[in-house]
Design a protein around this ligand. Structure first.
Ligand code: GTP
Ligand code: SPV
Ligand code: MN
Length: 648
């Protein structure tokens, strides 16, 4: 057995020592967080066939990994919130009694790191030393996780130094669940192959994270969804702040006025794209602070101040092109890890809708050869000589739909460095937020942009959010619309109804509620009868952001409708409406309307989701109060008045 290394912090030592005894790794490495260490681990993985080194001329310090076919996205069906009582996990989460879960998982962990190295990753969520920042220790047997965590969070010695002898941290344990027998050769992507052997478990009361069996994304990089959303949302509720699935951006108007916006869209629904967008409107400048997670704390002045707890981007590759998101592509120029994309013969990468010609021949995400289509240079098929139509009908893609890049934030050409460092006006407060956007992929009904009439109405809008399920999760419901309140459905660390109540409380407890951000609901994804998008999206979304800023300034009027305040068509700036994708004025008119019949159905669906949440509370005999763990009355009231207005 390996000897547990010394740590100045007794709690860190205890955490590592405990898992050393359970997992029995061959050796233990404490991650220092240096460039050399990162490089050495990547090169070690190349030697073991777990990474492909990309062409250092075109992609310096970049690597490609291919995951196992069973391990390509988050596994919501195997994600658990293990609070002591089921009702505290709520109606949207899978639950198991904590001690029962630990017993079960300990069986899996027993000897699970035999033949492997146990890495200990000290990491910070947020700039080290910032008052909003939190710390973690992730134990893992996956070098892939180490180098990804290295990009996605601030890791290493600096964190241990900050923790000192008794600093607090969130303890995390992760194993791919694939011990090696003596002399057994490792595979390219070790993991537990059967879905029922994977566990992504949060213990919100003890504030621990136990993950087993998967090496992919949010399942394994435990700082991200498990910590910064599930555990942090619980911390935030207890302490009066918010942990949200939101991008953060800085927008500067031609008059040089700065605005900070956050936006909560479900997985693979456009956060990274909006966070780095190149505005089509002249004179407007957009900068990135974060692309996935925001922690917001109320300031004494009543404003909400936000930091991005992450240090990199774990972005969706397919669809990322110089047309759609040049800043994301530029962020991937160096020091980036690509997972499940196509390898080209000259050691570069490719994916569908990258906006560049596919190589004549390449290696697809499964490691098999793939070939450029005969009639489309921008498509690849599994056999030579195929047409685009044949490939489309077969459902084949050369890069997995949830293939991703892990890129350092510092690579982003439009990074708002001060905001990213959590600094505002020289102080480490995070940036003050002017507007919060909710959104989702909605082919019908939901207008381009809709302004909430009040904070409570905005909370209602968030609670009512729905979206088509994307490939970011392993699911048989991809493409179907599901309710995804605040884009947090997979990430609530506690009861969704308490979470709604917490949002409402942010207004009630605010030192000055008039300073809270204004709330909007946007939809870039309306489709016509012919299936085409009715809004060009991407850089054209700046037209909507401008309208939002003008509303904040009180410069433009709006149509006050039962669903919310909608723009007058003439207030959407259509200057510079040229290029490959354009706003079609007839379509714009359509997506700014209230579709009364569609909304009646929408309201019924929202009501059904509320009823489903409440049904669970009714079953819990221990719920004494009549209102707790139920959808707050304030939201029910808005639903009812909206229903009656639509039926008038
Ligand atoms: P996660 O990392 O999973 O949380 O996803 P995300 O919300 O950051 O999504 P991302 O920005 O990576 O976008 C996912 C997909 O949506 C990509 O294929 C984009 O091309 C597409 N997309 C993003 N913005 C727009 C838009 O404005 N219009 C359209 N039509 N597609 C968009
Ligand atoms: C998401 O699914 O929202 C992601 C990717 O950001 S993952 O980190 O895998 O959760
Ligand atoms: Mn996400």
């Amino acid at each position: 057995m390996a000897k547990t290394p010394k740590f100045a912090n007794a709690k860190v030592f205890a955490w590592v020592d405990k898992w050393n005894k359970v997992c029995t790794p061959d050796r233990i490495v404490v991650v220092k967080g240096t460039k050399k260490e990162h490089h050495d681990i990547c090169e070690m993985m190349v030697k073991k066939g777990q990474f492909v080194k990309l062409n250092p001329k075109t992609r310096p310090d970049c690597y490609l990994a291919r995951s196992h076919e069973s391990d390509v996205a988050r596994v919501e069906g195997r994600t658990f919130i293990c609070s002591k009582r089921e009702i505290d996990a709520g109606p949207t989460n899978h639950w198991m009694e904590p001690e029962a879960m630990k017993k079960l998982m300990l069986k899996s962990y027993k000897g699970c790191m035999k033949g492997r190295t146990m890495y200990v990753i000290p990491f910070a969520m947020g700039p080290i030393g910032n008052p909003i920042t939190q710390y973690g220790i992730e134990i893992t047997d996956s070098p892939y996780v180490v180098v990804n965590m290295d990009i996605m969070t601030r890791t290493g010695d600096a964190v241990l130094r900050h923790l000192g002898a008794d600093g607090d941290f969130i303890p995390c344990i992760h194993s791919v669940g694939a011990p090696l027998k003596k002399g057994q050769k490792d595979v390219a992507w070790p993991c537990a192959k059967r879905i029922e052997d994977k566990f992504i478990t949060q213990f919100p009361e003890e504030r621990q994270i136990w993950s087993f069996g998967s090496g992919y994304g949010g399942n394994a990089l435990l700082g991200k969804k498990c910590f910064a959303l599930r555990i942090a949302s619980k911390l935030a509720k207890d302490e009066g702040w918010m942990a949200e699935h939101m991008l953060i951006l800085t927008l500067t108007s031609p008059e040089r006025k700065q605005y900070h916006l956050t936006a909560a869209f479900p997985s693979a629904c456009g956060k990274t794209n909006l966070a780095m967008m190149l505005p089509k409107l002249k004179g407007w400048r957009l900068q990135t602070i974060g692309d996935d997670i925001a922690w917001l704390k109320p300031g004494e002045d009543g404003r909400l101040y936000a930091i991005n707890p992450e240090n990199g981007f774990f972005g969706v590759a397919p669809g990322t092109s110089m047309d759609s998101n040049p800043n994301a592509l530029k962020s991937c120029k160096k020091g980036t890890i690509f997972t499940n994309v196509v390898l080209t013969p000259n050691g570069d990468i490719w994916w569908e809708d990258m906006g560049v010609d596919a190589p004549v021949e390449g290696i697809d995400w499964k490691g098999n050869p793939c070939y450029r289509c005969v009639d489309d240079k921008r498509r690849m098929g599994p056999r030579p000589g195929m047409t685009k139509k044949e490939v489309k009908e077969s459902g084949y893609v050369a890069a997995h739909k949830n293939s991703r890049f892990t890129a350092p934030a510092e690579n982003c050409p439009v990074l708002d460095k001060a905001g990213f460092d959590g600094i505002w006006k020289g102080k480490p407060t995070g940036v003050p937020i002017d507007a919060i956007l909710f959104g989702g992929r909605r082919p019908s009904t939901i207008p381009l942009v809709n302004e909430a009439k009040s904070w409570t109405h905005g909370v209602f809008m968030g609670s009512a959010a729905g979206s088509e399920v994307t490939a970011a999760v392993i699911s048989d419901q991809i493409g179907q619309v599901r309710r995804d309140p605040m884009a947090m459905l997979p990430f609530f660390g506690y009861n969704v109804c308490d979470y709604f109540q917490h949002w409402l409380e942010m207004e009630r407890t605010s030192p000055d509620a008039t300073k809270l951000p204004k709330i909007y609901f946007v939809n870039w994804f309306r489709k016509g009868d012919d299936g085409r998008f009715m809004w060009p999206g991407f850089g054209d979304n700046s037209r909507v952001l401008k309208w939002i800023c003008q509303r904040i300034e009180g410069k433009v009027h709006a149509h006050v409708t039962p669903i919310g305040n909608l723009p007058l068509e003439s207030d959407i700036d259509l200057s510079n409406n040229e290029g490959k994708f354009k706003v079609v004025p007839e379509d714009l008119r359509e997506i700014l309307k209230v579709d009364k019949e569609g909304w009646k159905k929408e309201i019924a669906t929202v009501g059904a989701s509320y009823d489903e949440y409440d049904a669970k509370a009714s079953k819990d005999t221990e719920v004494r109060s009549k209102t707790a763990r139920r959808v707050p009355k304030a939201l029910r009231d808005i639903l009812a008045s909206l229903a009656s207005a639509l039926n008038r």
